[in-house]
Unconditional design. Structure first.
Length: 234
């Protein structure tokens, strides 16, 4: 939709594309909305885009129509009670394994690897720990030579395929084909949005300027009266 307050339909998307919600708006009774931006790739599928070019679609979607992609933030929220904060003195150390490779993960049990370390230029700072159901201790680091917010299996940092309970995949409604989507009605973006917005800002500026000028005039007049009164009393 063009906005949570308007009924202008900009596009209709099938299930499947991954979108980044840059901000949300809670409309109360009608629920929370999320702002997304994308362009269509060569296959006609939505792809994330942050260029704000004319070809990009920028619109709002009801958050109840979206499913969160499970990531490191989701893991931290789900296991908040089990994740322990560490301090510099008591933090566990990362030791290079015999394999000569340390694997960095998005979160414990994730299939997404953030990369590997073949050497350690300096000590890796661990600020959080988590013990998985199998007994392995994991450590979280906020930053290390370009890598951000990653986890290491401290019990076995060279394990390339750590086994944890897999995350349950969400069930999606089978997506409609592009032809069906394109046949659905779209009202488009209102052409009055920008002019009305600009006009509103101009009027607001004029009103504020008038109020400031009036306030300064009244203040100056009051100061002059006070000064005159002070001279008469002396």
């Amino acid at each position: 939709m063009e906005s949570p307050e308007k009924k202008n339909v900009l596009d209709v998307l099938a299930n499947g594309p991954v979108l980044y919600v840059s901000m949300t708006y809670d409309k109360g009774m009608s629920g929370k909305w999320g702002l997304v931006q994308y362009v269509l790739n060569d296959e006609g599928q939505p792809a994330e885009d942050y260029s704000w070019d004319e070809g990009a679609t920028v619109g709002w979607i009801k958050m109840e129509e979206l499913l969160s992609v499970y990531d490191g933030y989701s893991f931290a929220e789900e296991h908040r009670a089990e994740i322990q904060e560490t301090d510099e003195g008591a933090a566990p150390k990362v030791v290079m394994p015999d394999t000569g490779t340390i694997y960095l993960w998005e979160y414990p049990g994730s299939e997404i690897s953030y990369g590997t370390l073949e050497s350690m230029e300096s000590e890796i700072s661990i600020d959080q720990t988590y013990q998985d159901p199998g007994g392995d201790l994991w450590g979280h680091s906020g930053y290390y030579f370009g890598y951000r917010n990653f986890w290491i299996n401290l019990s076995d940092p060279g394990e390339a395929n750590p086994e944890l309970k897999p995350q349950e995949k969400p069930k999606l409604t089978p997506p409609a084909d592009r032809k069906t989507l394109e046949s659905l009605p779209k009202t488009g973006r209102s052409g009055l949005v920008l002019p009305l917005t600009v006009a509103g800002l101009i009027v607001l500026t004029i009103v504020l300027t008038t109020l400031v000028i009036r306030f300064m005039a009244v203040k100056k007049r009051d100061e002059e009266k006070t000064a005159d009164g002070g001279r008469k009393e002396s």
